[in-house]
Design a protein around this ligand. Structure first.
Ligand code: ADP
Length: 506
């Protein structure tokens, strides 16, 4: 019989129950991929870094999320699992835990007065969220104790569930339920520290740190405290794992993170390759694949027509899709395009977010009405038409922990022109640097650097044979969640064996 590896995966949102952003995507895919992996013999075939898969294991993964008001309960028959109380303030607060077995593994939903049904998943004020998510984190730990299901690994994600890691860090004494449990904190976006969540921690008797390991300003914030307590920290790409050790990306925690460098690694997120498949995507005008790439042109022509741009396959069609946020560098893209106005190209920009960035994007359309279209809305179907019809996509992010846009684009034959940062650097091979290139990368977050790279791409677009080779290589990249899940499994196994050494030594 295969040994069982028990993984408790805690996170603020999970697709399809509730999805606001990238965390929801991850939670909608990774636990299921781990579950599937645990059902088969792991070959240890060298695909995993270090190919250290020890014995094959069965993975007993359980996912826990808050029962947010926006979860459509009628779509998911939830079964009540336990009612209990946890210490809160000077008394207690109520918890109801419910469960749903979706993909063959249990999903726990936590409900209670501190997760108000009318509250958004993320409030603008991290003070409010501090209470909600600290409650959630500790309620999940209490639940598995009540169920007498002892996780080998608690895998928490970002600041919302970091309180669970911190709580285990300070309470995991010999003889306690969680003594043998290892902790892992997934880092999806370092700048979100939960900066005003200190009172939420205090309400659940999680004290500020009293050592001097963290900078003084960070000693009462969930994410830094989680980083401090975690046995291991995983950033969502190897490059981001290195970048957070620097002043540019470290958000003031780089000194502490450097001291933990040996316990920090990066594992790229995957992509749901069934959901994003140009061969079957019903939103496309024409489906296509590796052996029918020529069909793709129909999508481009339809898109030009839809946008009211000149319908001409020879004009390079650029796109940009994403949140209008400083992080994404939309301002860099707008200026870079403005600087290329004497060349032949068209661009369709899709995004919502910061109003002044939205206005700047509309302004570019007003300046260059015959070649720029700006669409300010969230439109999943349009995004799919853009991935399938545009020739190239601009991704000038100032930082990008992993990024999905470039993976989707490559899968749809839309060539990425991206800043060499975080996951972008790890998933795209630059045309000048590699004979196996899948896109274009540039180093500096400036319009000049992006502009020069757009020119490189436009030049190559004229050589349709080369361009096609780049598209095809991008389309064959393995971005599956299975690849990521294998890496997580290796890491979990390593953590368990390290923890065993500690717990048996004393
Ligand atoms: P983020 O930092 O926003 O999570 P990612 O690159 O990881 O960035 O993922 C962004 C996801 O959201 C992609 O699937 C992208 O297609 C989608 N997206 C972003 N903005 C829009 C929009 N305005 N309309 C449709 N899809 C969008």
């Amino acid at each position: 019989m295969k040994p069982i590896l028990r993984v408790l995966f805690m996170i603020a949102e999970a697709d399809p129950f509730i999805k606001i952003g990238g965390l929801g995507e991850v939670a909608g895919s990774l636990p299921a991929a781990l579950h599937r992996l645990g059902q088969v013999q792991l070959p240890g075939d060298g695909q995993v870094s270090g190919s250290e898969l020890e014995a094959p294991v069965e993975v007993d993964v359980r996912l826990a999320i808050p029962l947010h008001g926006a979860v459509q309960r009628k779509n998911y028959p939830l079964r009540s699992l336990a009612n209990f109380r946890i210490p809160y303030g000077r008394g207690f607060t109520r918890v109801e835990a419910l469960t749903y077995e979706g993909d063959g593994f249990p999903i726990y939903f936590i409900s209670g007065p501190l997760i108000p049904v009318d509250a958004p998943v993320y409030s603008l004020d991290s003070a409010e969220d501090g209470l909600k998510y600290t409650f959630f984190s500790l309620a999940v730990l209490e639940l598995v104790k009540i169920l007498n299901w002892k996780p080998d690994v608690v895998h928490a994600n970002d600041w919302h569930t970091a309180p669970a890691v911190y709580s285990l860090g300070i309470n995991r004494q010999p003889g306690t339920f969680f003594f043998e449990t290892s902790t892992l904190l997934g880092l999806h976006n370092l700048p979100y520290l939960g900066d005003k969540a200190g009172p939420g921690l205090a309400a659940f008797k999680l004290p500020p740190d009293t050592t001097t390991s963290l900078p003084a300003w960070a000693r009462n914030m969930p994410l830094p405290l989680g980083l401090l307590a975690a046995d291991h920290i995983v950033a969502v790409s190897p490059t981001y794992a290195r970048e957070i050790l620097t002043q540019e990306f470290g958000c003031g925690l780089q000194g502490y993170l450097k001291s933990r460098a040996a316990s920090i690694s990066g594992i790229l997120n995957g992509l749901d390759v069934d959901k994003w498949n140009p061969q079957t995507d019903p939103a496309l005008v024409r489906n296509f694949g590796l052996t029918s790439l020529d069909e793709r042109l129909a999508n481009k022509l339809a898109l030009q027509e839809e946008a009211g741009l000149e319908v001409n396959g020879d004009i390079p069609l650029l796109t940009m899709i994403g949140r209008m946020d400083q992080q994404k560098g939309i301002d860099i893209a707008l200026e870079a395009l403005r600087q290329q106005a004497n060349r032949s190209w068209q661009a369709i920009i899709l995004g919502t977010g910061n109003h002044s960035l939205e206005e700047s994007a509309c302004q570019l359309e007003a300046e260059l009405p015959d070649r720029v279209r700006t669409v300010i809305r969230y439109d999943s179907a349009l995004s799919r038409r853009l991935y399938s019809g545009a020739d190239a996509i601009l991704i000038p992010s100032r930082y990008e922990p992993c990024g999905l846009v470039q993976m989707i684009a490559m899968r749809y034959g839309c060539v990425p022109i991206a800043r060499a940062t975080g996951g972008l650097k790890d998933t795209i091979r630059d045309f000048s640097a590699s004979a196996e290139s899948t896109g274009f990368l540039f180093a500096w977050d400036t319009p000049t650097a992006l502009g020069a790279t757009i020119r490189r791409a436009l030049q190559l677009f004229a050589d349709q044979e080369e361009w096609r080779a780049i598209q095809l290589r991008g389309m064959t990249e393995d971005f599956s969640w299975e690849r990521s899940a294998r890496e997580y499994l290796v890491l979990y196994q390593r953590l368990v064996s390290n923890r065993m050494k500690i717990t048996t030594a004393g």
